[in-house]
Each structure stands twice: as C-alpha cells, then as structure tokens.
Design a protein around this ligand. Sequence first.
Ligand code: BTN
Length: 260
Amino acid sequence: MDADTLKNYLTGLPIPALRYFDEIGSTNDEALTWAEQAAEDGSLVMADRQTTGRGRMGRTWITLPGAALAFSLVFKPRPQEMRRLQLFSPLGALGVALALEKYYGLQPQVKWPNDVLLDQEKVCGVLAEASWSGESLAGVVLGIGINVAPTSVPPASQLIFPATSLERKLGHAVNRFDVLKYVLAAVFEWRRQLADDSFIQAWQDRLAFKGEHVRIEQDGMPQIEGLVTGVLPDGRLALQGLAGEALSVQIGDVHLRLAD
Ligand code: BTN
C-alpha cells in the first residue's frame, strides 16, 4: 500500500488529505502533530505497523505489519460539536460496529465506552485525544485499531481482556482496506448525528453487558458496582447500584469488567 493507492481506494469519502506509513510510532501522535499544523477536518493517518502504538489508560497497543488496521482521523469540531467532544470516541466504536454488522453480518457490541466486542472478545480499540493550544482546540484525533488477521491478536498472557480478530470470527480472509473504507464511511455518516437521540440509541442498542452486574474501576477511586442500564445523552454509563439507586459514570479513565 502507498498513499496514492489508498487515496484511490477511499475515493468518495470526505478525506481531504492522508498520510500513509509502512511503519510509524503511533498514528495518533502523527495526527496530533498534524492537527496542530493545520490539518483539515477529516484528514487521515494510517500505518501498516506501529512501534509505539498507544491504548487507553497508558496501555500499549501492538500493530504488526499486514495483520491489522491502525489509523487516526483528525477532526476539527464544529461549534455545535464542542459540547459533545466526549462522543467522538464512541463515534469510532459505533462506526466499527455498524460496518461489521452491515458488511460482514456480525453482531458486534460496544463495551462502554468504546471497545468493540465480538462474542465478548475485543476486536477493536479506540483512543480519542484532543489537542489544545491554550484555550483553543487544535483538533480531536480519533485513533482506531482493529484486529483483522488472527496474528494481530497478542498472546493471552499480554491481554487484560479476551481478544479476537475479524478473520477468526468470520472463518475466512478479508481485505483490510475494504474494512477501512466501510468503517470510515460509517464514522463520517454518524458524525452528522452526534447531536441526535439516534446516535445514543444506536450506541445503546449495541451496548455490551446491559442488565448485567459489573464493576467499574477508576484509577485511585473506589470501585463502583451495579447493573448496566444504558447510556445517558452525554455519553455517561448509567447503572443501577446494588441498593437500587441510580448511578452514572463519566466517560474517561474508567475500566469496565464483568464482575467475578
Ligand atoms: C484501547 O483499546 O486501549 C485503545 C487502542 C487504540 C489503538 C489505536 S491504533 C491507531 C491509533 N494509534 C495509536 O497509537 N492508538 C490508536
């Protein structure tokens, strides 16, 4: 793959510019730098291999050549999106889930806030980061990593949550660049609905662990336990506490796992 071929592949999508790398540290880092240097809204960074890929909460994200998708979109939020910046990361997860549903007949779920699961195993992670220069927002970077080939799944000893790949679930090979195109199309389409009830509804319809007893872990904070009831309009996870009280968890450094 190269930038020109990729550009042709993605013709018709609202991507004003793209950068393609055979190898890079992290596509999010490249996209954050580009956002500060006046990248246009919708610009794309993609790499075949990441050497210092990053996940949420300071975790490492491994991307081996030829096996996965690792890419980052630069968004320049519009004024009406400024109050919904926290919805960009679920936008990434929803885009992946809808594309896997529509084009591959799968039934993905979104593990709040933004992991995509297939049969309760993680197939995709999303890392959204904002770049601020003082009070002004240079851009939001939406980084998405998808396990496509079975070799993209790290050994179980390195996982904190069970993981799988698209090809393992489908039982056949897929063209990574088709997956990329479908996901990008869904992300751009659903971005237009970021302010609408339909966005939260689509997310909620695919929410993993609904009605189940879960434990929320937050760095340096007491754990929260409860039953998952849904997603609130601002993206918080809604729960029913063990005494029946309504609880909610802010989007951010939250780790959600099935209770033991
Ligand atoms: C997570 O599950 O913790 C989020 C993983 C996000 C990985 C993607 S791969 C493309 C982009 N570049 C990065 O360094 N991280 C994101």
